[in-house]
Design a protein around this ligand. Structure first.
Ligand code: GTQ
Length: 345
């Protein structure tokens, strides 16, 4: 191309620009790349390092004043965005004895994975559930919820929310309840008895895309995971990997976030794996390492780490290890985007 036509092109682009238009061909490869560019970087938050900050937050603000006293786990490559992956938010929430985090509701879905403490509860849509370490708890979008702590020690859980995903669709709404604690209309344990015992009320019709079970107690989950180890070998890439299920339709427990839990037997030396969903992990028991992006992050109980989508990773376990995780896989599957790849060693 000669100079005259090159400058003619540039002038054309400028005239386009003035009309709020642009040539696709200068952007095509970035807009429609061959494969995904990972969003964010791998990162591990070691619980013994972050815990002092979580506890100190109680010296600076009450749950009431904060509304939610949470330290956001922000991806180091996405600072200022409140994102842990391209679509997900994560944070560590602290509730001290006697406190109440006041009732509100929002279109975002939330999940809680209990890290430390006992005696605290969350109330969701009229039912309170007591939380224990390892419990997986759902707050469906647009349900009233407040949290409280009737115990005598602090409680910390990991919050996972689809905040960036809902923001992407500009479909964010919130409402504060007129009372600090929303009304309790059902006894504690009601949902688990009705929907979590391999039974369903006859004539039951799903009112939501969320599982009607909103607390999956760790004691039961753990028992199931250990039974699997007696029944056969783990998948060589992902271990004994299970998803939290909605018993009404067999689908994922939540419509936008995909919660899973896995057991990696002692000595597990996983083959590399990658999938399009960025994943947030919590080590529940045991310990090991994740090799990702040319580094090796070692983890133990209560540590949280993130693996960006489409980055290959290998999991290893030095002891029988339980890992909880969540990602946007369920949304990607519904939209037809989800892909995974099992790689050679
Ligand atoms: O517990 O309702 O970490 O609304 C962020 C926003 C927790 C909550 C978060 C929230 C909540």
């Amino acid at each position: 191309m000669n100079e005259a036509s090159a400058s003619g092109r540039e002038a054309f682009y400028e005239r386009l620009d003035a009309r709020s238009m642009a040539p696709l061909w200068t952007r095509l490869k970035a807009l429609v790349p061959k494969d995904p560019t990972p969003v964010g970087v791998p990162c591990l938050w070691r619980y013994d390092e972050v815990r002092p900050y979580v506890m100190e937050s109680a010296e600076h603000i009450s749950a009431r004043e904060a509304e939610r006293r949470v330290l956001i786990l922000e991806n180091p490559a996405l600072r200022g965005s409140s994102q842990v992956t391209g679509t997900l938010y994560a944070g560590l929430q602290l509730i001290m004895p006697g406190e109440i985090a006041p009732a509100h509701r929002h279109t975002q879905s939330a999940l809680r994975f209990v890290i430390e403490g006992s005696g605290a509860y969350t109330a969701v849509d009229g039912e309170k559930t007591l939380m224990q370490p390892g419990d997986f708890v759902i707050t469906p979008g647009w349900t009233w919820h407040h949290h409280g702590n009737d115990g005598n020690g602090p409680m910390v859980w990991l919050d996972g929310l689809d905040i960036p995903m809902v923001a992407h669709y500009n479909a964010t709404f919130r409402e504060d309840h007129h009372e600090e604690a929303a009304e309790i209309t059902r006894p504690t344990g009601d949902a688990l008895a009705r929907y979590g015992a391999g039974l369903l009320p006859v004539g039951y019709r799903a009112a939501s895309q969320n599982s009607p079970i909103f607390n999956y107690p760790y004691a039961r989950t753990r028992e199931a995971l250990h039974a699997l180890t007696r029944a056969g070998d783990p998948d060589p890439h992902v271990g004994h990997l299970m998803r939290y299920v909605n018993p009404v339709d067999g689908g994922w427990a939540m419509p936008t976030m995909a919660p899973m839990i896995r057991l990696l037997p002692k000595g597990f030396d996983g083959l590399p794996f990658r999938s399009t969903d960025g994943m947030v992990f919590v080590c529940v028991e045991g310990g090991g390492s994740v090799e990702v992006g040319g580094e090796r992050l070692t983890f133990g109980p209560r540590d949280v780490f993130v693996v960006p989508g489409w980055m290959a990773y290998r999991l290893r376990a030095g002891a029988d290890t339980v890992l909880f995780s969540f990602s946007d896989r369920v949304a990607q599957e519904k939209l037809g985007f989800y892909r995974e790849e099992r790689l050679e060693a």
